[in-house]
Design a protein around this ligand. Structure first.
Ligand code: ZN
Length: 304
């Protein structure tokens, strides 16, 4: 196992705070990095699909367990007012179903657990759609995405290639158990069609917004030992490509095309190796189960 993901958090979080002016030039939209403008009209399909009690319980016990900013959601007996834009003080009104029996059917892209097929003893995963998402890219992108390292003169370890190999092995085993396996990626090619050059202007704006008044481009080869590399347009535009744009495109693929019952994201992760200049492999291993919910107050403030 090797280290993944801890180093870039500070600048990435700063990037998250970038607000973008809406095309109308009126209220400022508070979008996550590369986030899409929210389509509130889609929620009209959810009118009267949930009761007051269910809504209040899910807000309190599942989705907003850390609380939320003042005025973000107001619940009364008949409806909930959900803040669309803090500057404009505009709201979406979600009307509740009067009771369980009058709930309208919920439009779903996903199958709820109770509608999954019954398991067969010899094929316990039959009928299940499982998407495999091998983390990162590997191949020629491994150095750029900072998922490349070498112990002495041995073959370099590249997380994106490891996750792809592990996913292909896992796919065979899942298929034997009856699952329908879908790959979010099955090569070292990015899913996003964007490349770092597409994000130079956005990278420059993010850096200026976060207190780097004259961000430098930096040369063709990014020096991994440059202590101020995070303040270069090059580093920012690369992370916008391989992390933000790539992950958002993978989400689009999962949500609009693959429609799996389960997504398995594979990483080789998150243990420090001590001195990064002389890395060592370490033994600890982790399993993280990610379930939708428990959003932080700061996350709930985003319009998207
Ligand atoms: Zn990783």
């Amino acid at each position: 196992m090797f280290r993944c993901g801890a180093v870039q958090i500070r600048v990435v979080l700063l990037a998250l705070c970038l607000s973008i002016f809406s095309p109308s030039g009126q209220a400022v939209e508070n979008l996550g990095t590369l986030g899409a403008h929210p389509r509130w009209s889609v929620l009209e399909k959810y009118q009267e699909t949930i009761t007051h009690d269910d809504f209040a319980r899910l807000i309190q016990d599942v989705y907003c367990t850390h609380g939320f900013g003042e005025g973000l959601i107001k619940i009364d007996n008949e409806s909930a007012l959900i803040l669309k834009n803090r500057d404009a003080q505009s709201f979406f009104t979600l009307r509740f179903a009067k009771d369980e029996s009058s709930r309208k059917p919920v439009p779903r892209l996903w199958r709820p657990a109770k509608s999954l097929p019954l398991t067969k003893p010899d094929k316990p995963l039959s009928g299940l759609r499982i998407a495999l998402d091998p983390g990162h890219l590997g191949g020629k992108w491994a150095k750029m995405e900072e998922r490349w390292f070498q112990v002495d003169e041995t073959t370099p370890v590249t997380e994106g290639d490891l996750t792809l190999r592990a996913s292909r092995l896992l796919a065979q085993r899942l298929q034997k158990l009856g699952a329908k396996v879908l790959f979010v990626r099955n090569s070292t090619q990015p899913i996003t069609s964007k490349r770092p050059a597409d994000f130079k202007e956005l990278a420059r704006r993010i850096l200026i917004k976060n207190g780097v008044p004259q961000p430098r481009m930096q040369g063709e080869v990014l020096d991994p030992n440059d202590s101020e590399k995070e303040q270069t347009i090059r580093w920012q535009s690369e992370i916008l490509f391989y992390r933000y744009s790539e992950i958002r495109q993978r989400a689009v693929l999962v949500n609009t095309k693959l429609h799996p019952d389960l997504v398995l994201c594979l990483h080789f992760n998150a243990e420090g190796w001590g001195d990064p200049k002389t890395p060592n492999l370490v033994d600890p291993n982790h399993l993280h189960l990610l379930v939708n919910g428990s959003y932080l107050k700061e996350e709930l403030e985003f319009d998207d």
